[in-house]
Design a protein around this ligand. Sequence first.
Ligand SMILES: [Mg+2]
Ligand SMILES: [Zn+2]
Length: 242
Amino acid sequence: MTNTTQTPTLFLDFDGTASSRDAVDLILEKFADERWLAVEEEWRAGRIGSRECLARQMALVRAAPRALDALLAAIELDAGLGALLEACARLDVPVAVVSDGFDYCIRRVLAGACDPRVKKLLRGARVCSSHLSYSGASRWHAEFPYFGETCAHGCATCKPAVMELLNARGAATVFVGDGLSDAYAAREADFVFAKNGLARICRAGGIWHTTFESLSEVAARLEDVVAELSCLTYDAGAGARA
Ligand SMILES: [Mg+2]
Ligand SMILES: [Zn+2]
């Protein structure tokens, strides 16, 4: 099946990629019992998946909604997010946000975005993330709608599975991310933009990637990437790839 006329789909991590700071890390640092650090260690060492990690960590948080909201309101979006969304719109590249983080936090951070252009462009983007709800008495509860069954990696939100689900048209995929929870997605994507922890993982694991600091750099490269990937899908259609 050829996809020569299809533009790729762009999958964007949220915390630390679309946003400047990781909301979950900030919440844990400020509001969780310090046992969250031992859970984090287990995850970083690969002994538990991010789903178990987040469920256990969020159970250690005690915060009134107003305190949590004030923390989230201080998180800024990457200064290049608007430019990236505009480039995607111009090149007809669909955008989806895929996040281990929480819908509650993403909504709050986006609501705080002062740039109306960003808000408008984001309206068309699908957001697939974990779900956070307030259970009263300063307690919070994490749930994981993507997907009901825990995947083999133990992901909070299984990014490769979301990519497959949202990319039913079989187009090439571009992934943009910054951390450990992006590693499985980076292995599956056709083109990877990576920074910080994800760039280190890609280097160590031999995953081909381009590094970036701001999303404006991703925006500036996107047209070339789209052109490159349309050659790739053409070759696949011609039988160059099984
Ligand atoms: Mg991230
Ligand atoms: Zn997974």
